[in-house]
Design a protein. Sequence first.
Length: 399
Amino acid sequence: MANVNERALRLGTQRSVIRELFEFGKKRIAEVGLENVFDFSIGNPSVPSPEKVNETAIRLLKEMDPVTLHAYTSAQGDAKVRERIADSIRRRFDYAASPDSLYMSTGAAGALCGCFGGLLNPGEEVIVFAPFFPEYRVFIESAGGVMKLIPADTEAFQIDFERLEEAISPNTKAVLINSPNNPSGAVYSEETICRLSQILKERSARYGQPIYLITDEPYREIAFSGITVPFVPKYYPNTLVCYSWSKSLSLPGERMGYILVAEEMEEHDVVYAAVAGASRALGYVSAPSLFQRVCALCAEDTSDVSVYETNRNILVRGLREIGFSVVEPQGTFYMFPRTLIEDDVAFCEKAREFDLLIVPGSGFGCPGHTRISYCVPTERAERSLAAFEKLAAYYLKNS
Ligand code: PLP
């Protein structure tokens, strides 16, 4: 056996359940046709980017000096790009962001790795709420930290403040939130953010050191029924925002996002430098030049994300009629119903027999549930209900 890094080998060989299902789906599609496979496994946006994205890319390719366009930008991102994004944040959230607080990243994943790498000393803890995006554990542990998981509030998928208060200790370096949430679709209200901020301020003061709040926001623009997603730095000064255009502009493959280090953060410049250093150590160099510019010019546009709300309505209503218990998502393109048996892994295995590709909740730290990624054409969401009905009938017959 080659003498390689054991942890890296494990990460490289154990494919994630989601990726595995996605690959299984591709195989099934080849066998029975795309229209007969209900692939709810992966969070690839199903709607195209707005026209303006391609038009902007083409215009830049035609009009900009190619040497400049394809050159390295500054490590933290092109200055004009950061100015434009800071302006947009000021306009949209009434928050005085400075370009020097922004660090352009390779998606939200790159942003999160920059934050964890920049903040964590070996053994320091990051508090995460279940259900959670499984890559968090990989990113936190790669940065030498420890993920401390708070069990899910399965009634509403909101923050369980009692458990949070119990979990915070002098070893807590950061709390990580993700709203709108993957996989539950929950959105934290202003009241929730205020209460969280209050607790973190009080504990930071008690321990004489800041507890950072990292807010992972790739789904900020996908919130339903006009619901507002609070802009967290306005409520808590020691906040780092991890943003991405992967979902809002349907550009996950272009790897573009940013970190915003909140203006009023204690020792702001030191934290910013540490985030920059972590990104340097990870070899990110600078985010892709062309798409930094495209995203800055399209920062206030989104794909037509209304299809996700349509799909949510169809599936929540349909699944409840079939007998599933599901908390209505307020955003994203995920929902997280209870499985009809306790063993979510066995349930999702059985679902495959009906060509329903859904992900066990265990991987998200919340067994007894399944994640459905409804970023699919609406007619497929509609037709999938017959397959869910057959799955439910199987359990009814065998109970
Ligand atoms: N955070 C969450 C909650 C996600 O769901 C994802 C991707 O699905 C990411 C981060 C990573 O996003 P990106 O593609 O922008 O790196």
